[in-house]
Design a protein around this ligand. Structure first.
Ligand SMILES: [Cu+2]
Length: 188
């Protein structure tokens, strides 16, 4: 009788162990930090895998305002200045933003053509009226000289597989032109 109970317990333990392993394999969490400065992202390349639950801290260690956008195919203004990406990494699946206190207003998302446009317009006057309607894409913007940060969480999905670019389009695209770019590589 004692033996049977022991067997039963061992069996139960095996089942529990298997369940734990499956759970940990599924919730593959990754914590990443990207530092923004003049004019670079550090690291300038991040690698992700489908299924990962990513927590991404975006910290501004520079003196100027910087932003992080991830996408493909740079769209330029009429005058040829880098403006945004045509395809957005977060299109249709907006990440959850956890801004540290006092800075929630700086964590802009302008993928829906919402109120953010007013701020946008003021910052980038030279871009011209005709382009305003085109603004899309998920953006994290962090003020300079602040050591402030914004944290995003998102899950890496199949349709993110491939190579993407990070870019900062602050100041009429001058940051981008100065080399404030990076790479996001997503593997299956
Ligand atoms: Cu910048």
């Amino acid at each position: 009788m004692k033996k049977m109970i022991l067997f039963f317990l061992m069996g139960l333990a095996a089942v529990l162990l298997a369940a734990c392993q499956t759970a940990s394999a599924k919730s593959d969490t990754v914590d990443l930090t990207i530092e923004m400065s003049e004019f670079a992202y550090s690291p300038d390349t991040i690698e992700l895998k489908v299924g990962q639950e990513v927590t991404l801290r975006v910290v501004n260690v520079g003196a100027l305002e910087h932003e992080l956008m991830i996408g493909r195919e740079v769209v330029t203004t009429d005058s040829g200045a880098p403006r945004m990406f045509r395809e957005d990494f977060f299109e249709g699946r907006e990440p959850v933003i956890m801004a540290s206190e006092n800075e929630a207003e700086h964590a802009d998302t302008n993928s829906e053509q919402g109120n953010d446009h007013d701020e946008e317009g003021n910052d980038h006057d030279q871009e011209g009226e005709s382009e305003h309607g085109n603004t899309h894409g998920f953006m994290v913007s962090v003020p300079g000289n602040s050591q402030q940060e914004v944290t995003l969480t998102f899950t890496v999905t199949e349709d993110m597989v491939g190579e993407w670019q990070m870019g900062c389009f602050v100041d009429g695209g001058s940051h981008y032109a100065a080399g404030m770019v990076g790479k996001v590589v997503v593997t299956p």
